[in-house]
Design a protein around this ligand. Structure first.
Ligand code: IPM
Ligand code: MN
Length: 350
């Protein structure tokens, strides 16, 4: 019996999570697994009412679950930064979800903004370090508000943090069994402390994985290759900040935020799955947002829980759907409403 904590969150989060839960429910009947869900109201609406983001007791509670299924966090009336650090990043950090797993897979060439790229050309995975780097929140202001103000933001990289992320990436690449190629994406030519540690650790670990071909690309060049030669990539591993940036580009070349899903993974603890896109306030309540990213995130969650067949069936259903009647993956342009897309995936599952 899986215990799933559901955090629908803000904006269109609840709408897309509803569709994801609809698909999980249908999959549970076909593949005969048992689960129960508990909903939590963390997010902007609760913050505006109570002034509270996420407390230590909330974290203690969430640790009792098998997985967390998250819609979106972000509210137009809350100052930027509060919910991001107080809810989303707090969840990632407090639950030590040190991997952010973001598959970039094109399901239909028609939805790719790149010319002449086919599904077989765009099929890679970005493994983003999810607990350190510039996201650590270290730094300070000096002479705040004065003409000689200095703002310092530190990229914090520990050998332990870097090594566990790289090890996960090597193992993932081995098990994925595609081209068995792992690319380290960094900036060794300028960020000579952080990327020296990353590169040294990478080359040390590579000796333990003779079956994996290793490669290195600077982050700026990586964005160029994503557009020019995405077929070069199999698995990419990078730090928190670069991973944040390149996965938005990755989402676009796979068809946009409507389809991009990710997992915040703690291999020894509670992992959390979410559509990569935000809360899309302007579409809230209109039943027009694309729930496929949330549905795919639900599939990733089932895969991680051990329900491989269910996860594969969900992916197959999504592939069938985006190769049949759907006109666009963008909100309001799909030719179907949010809930109709959920229904169609359920139908295709059978
Ligand atoms: C993401 C988001 C978050 C991040 C924000 C909302 C804090 O952009 O999941 O990529 O920067 O990690
Ligand atoms: Mn991001």
């Amino acid at each position: 019996m899986y215990k799933i904590a559901v955090i629908p969150g803000d904006g269109t989060g609840p709408e897309v999570i509803n569709e994801g839960l609809k698909v999980i429910e249908a999959a549970s009947k076909i593949f005969k697994f048992k689960y129960e869900t508990t909903s939590f109201d963390f997010g902007g609406t609760r913050y505006l009412k109570t002034g509270k983001t996420l407390e230590d007791k909330d974290i203690r509670e969430l640790k009792k679950y098998s997985a967390i299924y998250l819609g979106a966090i972000g509210h137009p009336e809350v100052k930027p930064g509060i919910l991001e650090t107080g809810v989303l990043l707090k969840l990632r950090f407090a639950l030590d979800q040190y991997i952010n797993l973001r598959p970039v897979k094109l399901y239909n060439a028609g939805f790719c903004p790149l010319k002449d790229k086919k599904p077989e050309d765009i099929d890679f995975v970005v493994i983003r370090e999810n607990s350190e780097g510039l996201y650590k929140g270290m730094g300070e202001f000096q002479n705040k508000g004065k003409k000689n103000e200095v703002a310092i933001q530190i990229s914090y990289n520990t050998r332990k943090g870097v090594e566990r992320c790289l090890r996960y990436a090597f193992e993932f690449c081995r098990n994925r069994n595609k081209n068995k190629k792992l690319t380290l994406c960094g900036k060794t030519n300028v960020l000579t402390y952080a990327w020296d540690l990353w590169q040294r650790t990478f080359s040390e670990l590579s000796k333990e994985y003779p079956d994996i071909t290793t490669d290195y690309a600077h982050v700026d060049a990586t964005t160029m290759w994503f557009v020019k030669n995405p077929e070069w990539f199999d698995v990419i591993v990078t730090d928190n900040m670069f991973g944040d940036i390149i996965t938005d580009l990755g989402a676009m070349i796979q068809g946009g935020m409507g389809i991009a899903a990710g997992g915040n993974i703690n291999p020894d603890g509670v992992s959390m799955f979410e559509p990569i896109g935000g809360s899309a306030p302007k579409y809230t309540g209109k039943n027009v947002i694309n729930p496929l990213a949330a549905i795919c995130a639900g599939g990733m969650m089932l895969e991680t829980l051990g329900e491989r067949d269910a996860a594969q069936a969900i992916e197959k259903a999504v592939i069938k759907l985006v190769n049949s009647k759907i006109k666009s993956l963008a909100a309001g342009k799909m030719g179907y409403s949010t809930s109709e897309i959920g229904d169609l995936v359920v139908k295709l599952l059978k």
